[in-house]
Design a protein around this ligand. Sequence first.
Ligand SMILES: *[C@@H]1O[C@H](CO)[C@@H](O)[C@H](O)[C@H]1NC(C)=O
Ligand SMILES: *[C@@H]1O[C@H](CO)[C@@H](O)[C@H](O)[C@H]1NC(C)=O
Ligand SMILES: *[C@@H]1O[C@H](CO)[C@@H](O)[C@H](O)[C@H]1NC(C)=O
Length: 443
Amino acid sequence: MEHYVLLLVLTLLALLAWPATSRSATLQLHAHLTHVDSGRTQGELLGRMVARSRARAAKLCPSGPGGAVTVPAVSSSGVIGSTEYLIHLGIGTPRPQHVALEVDTGSNVIWTQCTPCFKCFDQRFPKFNTSASDTVHGVACSNQLCQGLQRSGRACFLGGCAYRLVYGDKSVSMSQLAKDSFTFQQGKVVPDLAFGCGQYTTGNFSSNESGIAGFARGPLSLPGQLRVGSFSYCFTSIFESRSSPVFLGAPDDDLTAHATGPVLSTPFVRVPDSDVYYYLSLKGITVGKVRLPVPESAFTLKTDGSGGTIIDSGTAITSFPRAVFRILREAFVSQVALPHIPYDDDGGPGELQCFQTDSVPDASKVAVPKLILHLEGGADWELPRENYMAKHPNLDDQLCVVIDSAGDDLPTIIGNFQQQNMHIVYDLAGNKLLIVPAQCHNM
Ligand SMILES: *[C@@H]1O[C@H](CO)[C@@H](O)[C@H](O)[C@H]1NC(C)=O
Ligand SMILES: *[C@@H]1O[C@H](CO)[C@@H](O)[C@H](O)[C@H]1NC(C)=O
Ligand SMILES: *[C@@H]1O[C@H](CO)[C@@H](O)[C@H](O)[C@H]1NC(C)=O
């Protein structure tokens, strides 16, 4: 309730402050992708990883031109659990103002912090200044983009459209829905993209970011507004500071040209009335020589909307329902020839299974079982070792399986740690996901 009152006040202020008309202009453009390294302690990291599973419970599922737009990416030296990937682009004219947005396929709205701000997290570079853009204007309540916001997350005030987003980790962003020109790589300018001009933001955000770019299925997401038939990203290793592209629209190159392994294709599962997540059909898991004794139903979406399997860019670590996680953990414990760290069996989130490596000279040489996700359509996705085994974030003498557990009704979420050095192509027009092993920094 309090939120709504504040929202209305913010909207009023925004409406008074902004021009209703827009002028257009051309700009140079600038954009790249990084992942965030928060450098927190392990406990915090695990908490954050889990909290950052925005896809899990994003409450809000909130007409642009077509054509491919490229947004490259850079990464700073990483720590497990702080793996959020940021795209950098410009908003506004005549001078595009820099914004850095977390790529989140689990939510639908694009937003960045704006000035004046009533409650914002600290960001390292200036917030978007509406007074410094000639082209920014508010979105009318009657506009279909406003109607694209979920009913519970929008409010109308003096004809303007206010939004309120509440994410799975209880982060909140709200204020007015605005439109302005976005400047991408290669000087490509797209006018009139709608975004939330956040003037009230709470939650855990890094000072390297200024907001979130929703990449989900809805009309307000970045791919939704650009109306592209496909988009893709290729996340570099979280442990390296290298850049890689995000493509909005078909990549120019032949996908297989960069492939370092077999190209896999698996259909999306269409869920009626859902315009958020990208559901896949996971059939089973193999650890080493063993196909885990888990029924397919453990991964399927139930009629009440629980369960299912989602691929997500905004979640760090893959998580399985608790029952599946326990079986997977046992399979690793029985196949890794190292003493395992005992676990309390509450199967709560943030519990990585780790092994003691002080008895071996080089933990990176220890044999580990392979891990294969069996997806519909014969897509047997064998993960490279570095996409599921890593040294403990804080303890040098532990090697951990970077996979988490979730509540039994929660979906299986394939997170970005497992997607490193894979070109992940969301072929929306073809209703399928392509997984192309690649050295992302070479693309
Ligand atoms: C922000 O980025 C810089 C440079 O890429 C990096 O050194 C720093 O650790 C990052 N800070 C956070 C909070 O992620
Ligand atoms: C915003 O831009 C206006 C116009 O350029 C400028 O006068 C004002 O100082 C800027 N505000 C901030 C907080 O930078
Ligand atoms: C921020 O993260 C911490 C743990 O990392 C968590 O306890 C807290 O609830 C989070 N706060 C919000 C608002 O998400």
